[in-house]
Design a protein around this ligand. Structure first.
Ligand SMILES: Nc1nc2c(ncn2[C@@H]2O[C@H](COP(=O)(O)OP(=O)(O)OP(=O)(O)O)[C@@H](O)[C@H]2O)c(=O)[nH]1
Ligand SMILES: [Mg+2]
Ligand SMILES: [Zn+2]
Length: 298
């Protein structure tokens, strides 16, 4: 057989990758032995049979790529050609405001919208706990999609799918918030292993270890990714941080002194914004720490 074909990468490991070939068939491909670009989940690739082995010929031009810092802070590509980053949060495990701001910085640097899915709404049928309500309010104020529901009962899942119609969406967030459960809810034909802990042994927690793309017939593609505790942003710049904190930036514009450190200075716009409630002390604190983290990138 000959004639290269185009396919989308659904999974990529160190030495091979899996592509969605014609009619939804999955094909395990070898990576080219050259110094080409390594394919990641979501990449479009050209592949062909070489000496009887499915082989990637080349990775097509990427629209964008999500990179996160590895353990040394070096950027590592995680997924490509993304339309939406959907941060999944839940009452349990409790949300981490700094982590959500990290994703906002990353999304802004990529120019991709950040959405919020508040999962496990069945745990609080009447009102979301304050920590979630704050996050939702902050997210709305900054301009992002906010949906709540339950992957377990299916509540809100169809509405979410409609809002994300035709897009490639990566699900991110802490371990145990329900990313794989939501993937399963959005694509019922799947049989994903979800993180239920076996009652008998306390073993067998199916925490996701690989980033994987699942496509629906209607064009919605969901990338399920392993849960994270944090997200390194060393490879980004302080400007990328500022973009994710528009209310801080607005406030600093009102400081009397150009070199104001927003500490004890008189007529500080940041203090005024906190007093009037336009800026929260928590967001200011996170802006400071993320800025410090990205200073090295200058
Ligand atoms: N009550 C409730 N539990 C849920 C819901 N969604 C998921 N869970 C449970 O939460 C646990 C973790 O779900 P997963 O889907 O594995 O979570 P995950 O985000 O994929 O976790 P990692 O793969 O480790 O990152 C499982 O026991 C699920 O059954 C929900 O909407 N309501
Ligand atoms: Mg998972
Ligand atoms: Zn100031």
């Amino acid at each position: 057989m000959s004639g290269a074909r185009i396919a989308r990468v659904v999974m990529s490991t160190g030495n091979h990758c899996v592509v969605a070939a014609a009619e939804g068939r999955l094909e395990r491909c070898q990576l080219p032995n050259r110094r080409g670009r390594r394919p990641v989940c979501g990449d479009h690739v050209e592949w062909d049979w070489l000496r009887g082995t499915a082989t990637i010929i080349r990775v097509l031009e990427r629209r964008n790529v999500i990179e996160r810092g590895d353990f040394r802070g070096q950027p590592r590509p995680l997924a490509a050609n993304i339309d939406h980053i959907l941060l999944v949060v839940a009452a349990e495990p409790a949300p981490d405001g700094l982590l959500s701001d990290r994703y906002r910085v990353l999304a802004g640097a990529m120019g991709v919208p950040l959405g919020l899915w508040v999962n496990k709404a069945d745990l609080h049928p009447h009102a979301a706990p304050a920590c979630l309500a704050d996050l939702m309010q902050q997210h709305r104020a900054l301009g992002g999609l906010v949906h709540a529901g339950s992957a377990s009962t299916g509540a809100g899942v169809a509405a979410l799918a409609r809002a994300l119609q035709g897009q490639t969406v990566i699900l991110v967030g802490q371990s145990g918030v329900g990313k794989s459960s939501l993937t399963q809810g959005l694509i019922p034909s799947l049989e994903l292993r979800i993180g239920a802990i076996s009652q008998a042994s306390g073993q067998g927690r199916h925490t996701t270890t690989e980033t994987r793309l699942f496509a629906r017939d209607d064009g919605l593609a969901i990338i399920d990714s392993p849960g994270v505790r944090t997200l390194r942003l060393d490879h980004l710049a302080p400007d990328d941080v500022d973009r994710a904190f528009p209310e801080v930036l607005e406030a600093t514009g009102h400081c009397r002194f150009r070199n104001c450190r927003h500490d004890q200075e008189p007529q500080c716009g940041v203090h005024a914004a906190i007093e009037s409630g336009r800026l929260t002390a928590a967001r200011l604190e996170r802006w400071r720490s993320l800025r410090a983290e990205t200073q090295g990138a200058l």
